[in-house]
Design a protein around this ligand. Structure first.
Ligand SMILES: Cc1ncc(COP(=O)(O)O)c(C=O)c1O
Length: 375
């Protein structure tokens, strides 16, 4: 269509995972476990829910663009409010970064099969999108540094990474940073920060305070507020001032901001979610490996499972769906032979493992399933 630039015409839109209701209806199931979108299986932070209930009466008023949350985050992290931005999810702030900082001849540089949300946003700007292969399912920061050109404007790094669940270390980042010119903006996407922050080698980007780094975090994961759309970012005040110019005036919504502020105080919920996740990672990792699957060690709230082929990944995904377990096939990310599985409640994890076990047993018995031993 003549009205649409080719880079939009050729863009594949972001496809969210299948909903519980859809799978329930399609397969005639009563119990469905959604382990496809790295959400919090415990539900939303109770303090956030209570705060929303208390504030419903204010829905007639326009919100203040996230100012209250920015003030609260600045206090929490010992920053000035001018260093903080809040938006309708970290995706929205990422979208602002793409709009605010990229010109036509600029290039974006990242790893292969990066977080799909970033891929779609960056490609929608029509600039060159360059990638470097993973090294053992980790960002190859050395190779990314080596791939910087005079046109490189944005480097996107997710730590922990989605979909692999792996992290790069503080030492690796320090070494990498020495090679990054000041004219290059590094997006450090820390959507899964809370799950990894206690690892000694994890580089908490808040400690850096570099002028060309923007950190993005979210309430969608550990705080269980994915449906509300609320995220935030930290950066040099000039970067934030320019991002505020392109942000939609009234985002985030008033209730999202109120929920975010309340969730920051919900330490008990965060602890519970971390414990459940650690248990889930251990159980899923150990059990799947015993069944012969390869499981990439993860520092987030999901694991990636590479299979022998795209057909095997498709067949596992479909078999699990039939048994009421939704997982995420990674074809859209660029890894058609992999699936990503979020940790669930203990019961959901059991459903997953029972379903995988049946799948594996079918293969061992010689049933015609195109399965999948460890690679
Ligand atoms: C690496 C990464 N960044 C950002 C997001 C999006 O977060 P939000 O819900 O705050 O837009 C996700 C969600 O899956 C993610 O995995």
């Amino acid at each position: 269509m003549a009205l649409v630039p080719p880079y939009i015409e050729n863009l594949r839109p972001y496809e969210p995972g299948r909903s519980i209701e859809d799978v329930r209806r399609t397969y005639g199931l009563t119990r469905v476990a959604k382990l496809a979108s790295n959400e919090n299986p415990l539900g939303p932070s109770p303090l956030a829910v209570a705060a929303i209930a208390r504030n419903l009466g204010g829905l007639n008023y326009y919100p203040n663009g996230g100012l209250d949350l920015r003030v609260r985050l600045a206090r929490e992290f010992h920053l000035k409010v001018q260093n903080v931005i809040a938006g309708s999810g970290s995706d929205s702030i990422m979208s602002g970064i793409i709009r605010a900082f990229l010109c036509d001849d600029d290039e974006v540089l990242t790893t292969e099969a990066a977080f799909i949300g970033f891929q779609v946003l960056a490609r929608s700007r029509g600039v060159a999108y360059r990638t470097v292969p993973y090294r053992d399912w980790h960002y190859d920061l050395e190779a990314i540094a080596g791939a910087i050109t005079e046109n490189t404007k944005i480097i996107y790094l997710a730590n922990p990474n989605n979909p692999t669940g792996t992290i790069f270390s503080k030492d690796e980042f320090d070494e990498f940073y020495r090679y990054v010119p000041q004219r290059v903006l590094i997006i450090l996407d820390e959507a899964y920060f809370e799950y990894a922050k206690d690892r000694p080698r994890y580089p908490d980007s808040m400690h850096y305070r570099y002028d060309n780094v923007i950190t993005l975090r979210t309430f969608s994961k550990i705080y269980g507020l994915a449906g509300l759309r609320i995220g935030y970012g930290f950066a040099h005040e000039e970067l934030i001032a320019n991002l505020l110019k392109v942000k939609l005036p009234f985002e985030p919504s008033g209730l999202a901001q109120i929920a975010g502020i309340a969730a920051l105080d919900d330490r008990e919920f965060v602890e519970k979610a971390l414990e459940l996740n650690a248990r889930g990672l251990r159980t899923i990792g150990k059990s799947l490996r015993e069944m012969g699957f390869e499981v990439i060690p993860s520092e987030a709230n999901f694991v990636m499972v590479p299979l022998d082929s795209a057909e095997a990944a498709k067949s596992l995904t479909e078999e699990l769906l039939r048994k009421g377990v939704i997982v995420r096939p990674l074809g859209a990310f660029g890894l058609p032979h992999c699936v990503r599985i979020s940790t669930g409640t203990d019961e959901e994890n059991r459903m997953l493992l029972d379903a995988c076990r049946e799948f594996g047993v079918g293969a061992e018995c010689g049933a015609p399933l195109p399965v999948v031993a460890a690679r």
